[in-house]
Design a protein around this ligand. Structure first.
Ligand code: CP
Ligand code: NVA
Length: 293
């Protein structure tokens, strides 16, 4: 036996067993790799008595012999709900259109909505509330995580800054989409390449420099993003000793974040990973059972 001790912080049901997905089935469709998202959906659904079925696109007919529309029609007749992780945002929308059952977006090139629910839970666990807090995303400002953060922060009144080189700015279509939400909640949205923007931040967030599917851009990104690494000097630049560090994971330690920061006392990346499961369970309960309780 090793010396591993389960963290006391892990939130569990205190021994209570709930079986709110008994008799229900979940198709887990994956074009891209995953650890957290797959495990969160699979364990959250299975613990509640549901039957999750992992379907890698390496194994099923989709994309080889069968269209997405036809796959959606068939899954819709056999499953209670679908989770999709893949490349095109249009794919998740097509699945929803043709399956007729709830479809959860487990990450596309454009968005990572289930991730940012866990991020907000982590922020709220630390500060008691998220409204009016300042969250700075430092890195590839046009990636799926940065984009979903902008949407959720605008909707929840969280001041959100994207700190990124100009060539990686989020696109205007997304900014225009978020503007009315931000106006309604009072959230301030800032896009800048100035690292001094971290001053006063409650949380610094980063993500890999090259997302899945962008492997060919790795060197170019490293050149562009090296000055935007989250290290202790940048954490200190916030002027806040209680500033927390967030990362969706997986992380490339030594690139977008230094090991001392992600493994250090200000990091909440591991709570954030655990919170994927709790928030995913809540959205499945809301969509499938009509209640998040
Ligand atoms: N954060 C996240 O989505 O992790 P995985 O790629 O491991 O699912
Ligand atoms: N931006 C990253 C997120 C991984 C969870 C990617 O798409 O690879």
């Amino acid at each position: 036996m090793g010396t591993f001790k389960k963290s006391k912080k892990v939130k569990n049901s205190g021994g209570k067993v709930h079986l709110r997905f008994t008799g229900k089935t979940l198709a887990l469709l994956f074009e891209k790799r995953s650890t957290r998202t797959r495990c969160a959906f699979e364990t959250a659904f299975g613990e509640e008595g549901g039957h999750p079925v992992f379907l890698s696109t390496q194994d099923i007919q989709l994309g080889v012999k069968e269209s997405l529309e036809d796959t959606a029609r068939v899954l819709g007749r056999m499953f209670t709900a679908i989770q999709f992780r893949g490349f095109k945002q249009s794919a998740v929308e097509t699945l929803a259109k043709y399956s007729g059952i709830p479809v959860f977006n487990g990450l596309t090139d454009d968005y990572h909505p289930t991730q940012v629910l866990a991020d907000i839970q982590t922020l709220e666990e630390n500060f008691g509330d998220s409204w009016g807090k300042k969250l700075c995303f430092v890195g590839d400002g046009r990636n799926n995580v940065a984009r979903s953060l902008m949407v959720i922060c605008s909707k929840l009144g969280i001041n959100f800054s994207v700190i990124t080189p100009g060539s990686l700015n989020p696109d205007k279509v997304l900014l225009d989409k978020c503007k009315p939400f931000a106006e309604a909640t009072g959230a301030k949205i800032t896009v800048t390449s100035d690292l001094a923007e971290v001053k006063g931040a409650d949380a610094l967030y980063t993500d890999v420099w090259a997302s899945m599917g962008e492997e060919a851009k790795k060197e170019e990104r490293a050149r562009l993003l090296k000055p935007f690494q989250v290290n202790q000097a940048l954490m200190d630049k916030t002027g806040r000793k209680d500033c927390i560090f967030l990362h969706c994971l997986p992380a490339v330690k030594g690139e977008e974040v230094t090991k001392d920061v992600i493994d250090g006392p200000q990091s909440r990346a591991w709570d954030e990973a655990e919170n994927r499961k709790h928030t995913i369970k809540a959205i499945m309960l809301a969509a499938i059972n009509g209640t998040a309780d």
